[in-house]
Design a protein around this ligand. Structure first.
Ligand code: CTP
Ligand code: CA
Length: 222
């Protein structure tokens, strides 16, 4: 009975979350993407909403239902995700970047489908770098408290620490793959300036709830 009168962990906080892959068009029927399922970001959105936060979820192309009472904005490309996130960021207290943003996009998007047309050579594509959404948000003057993710196939702690510094964020959540990528259960490690701590293993919703509690603790009074 008493517990029901306690304020929720994230009551009054606004969270902005990116999730899923991005899709970078080559022509109207083809593109470059990756296997991110979006499940972790959607689980964090759900856990944060359940903890009392107002949640905005910016999602790349995924096949997942929107968690209850979460505001969702769908995008395709990294540039569209950037354009959706940047104006929202200063309106939120916390930004959690779980999206697997494509690092590069084709330098030109062909207006029409590229045809074989008896060409002798396979086409080759010039790539250009996409903007770093997390780094851009973390360099805003009125930036929210930022959490990055790092999915690595080796040297997780080294890479996570490097991202903490390069992106200038207070917390990186590390995930060592590829065994765990796309699976429902997972192990996450929290990396900050002071060190690192592994979260007890669990399914994505259990991990999301732990992460939400961690964010609430670290942003209390911010
Ligand atoms: N990220 C982002 N925008 C990008 C690339 C990454 O917002 N264009 C965010 C991701 O959502 C994640 C964090 O930055 O929270 C780390 O992403 P990652 O791909 O691991 O880092 P990169 O800087 O792209 O480095 P690399 O892919 O070379 O490891
Ligand atoms: Ca990357």
């Amino acid at each position: 009975l008493i517990a029901s009168f306690q304020p929720k962990l994230l009551a009054g906080k606004k969270l902005l979350i990116t999730a899923g892959p991005t899709f970078e068009a080559i022509d109207p029927v083809r593109g470059i993407t990756n296997h991110s399922s979006g499940k972790m970001g959607f689980a964090i959105a759900r856990a944060a909403q359940e903890a009392g936060a107002e949640v905005t979820l910016i999602a790349g192309p995924v096949h997942l239902p929107t968690p209850p009472h979460v505001r969702r904005i769908d995008v395709q490309s990294a540039q569209q995700m950037f354009d959706a996130v940047l104006p929202q960021a200063p309106l939120h207290d916390v930004f959690v970047a779980t999206a697997a943003v494509a690092d590069w996009r084709p330098a030109v998007m062909n207006e029409h489908k590229i045809k074989k047309d008896g060409k002798k050579l396979a086409p080759s594509f010039e790539l250009t770098e996409n903007p770093d959404i997390l780094a851009a948000v973390a360099s805003l003057p009125d930036k929210p408290w930022c959490v990055g993710f790092a999915a690595e196939s080796q040297d997780l702690l080294t890479h996570a620490r490097e991202k903490l510094l390069r992106k200038n964020v207070p917390l990186i959540v590390g995930n060592l793959g590829p065994a765990t990528f796309g699976r429902d259960d997972n192990t996450l490690v929290l990396v900050d300036a002071a060190g690192h701590r592994e979260l007890p293993a669990g399914d994505k919703l259990a991990l999301a709830r732990q992460l939400v509690a961690e964010i609430a603790r670290r942003t209390a009074g911010v």
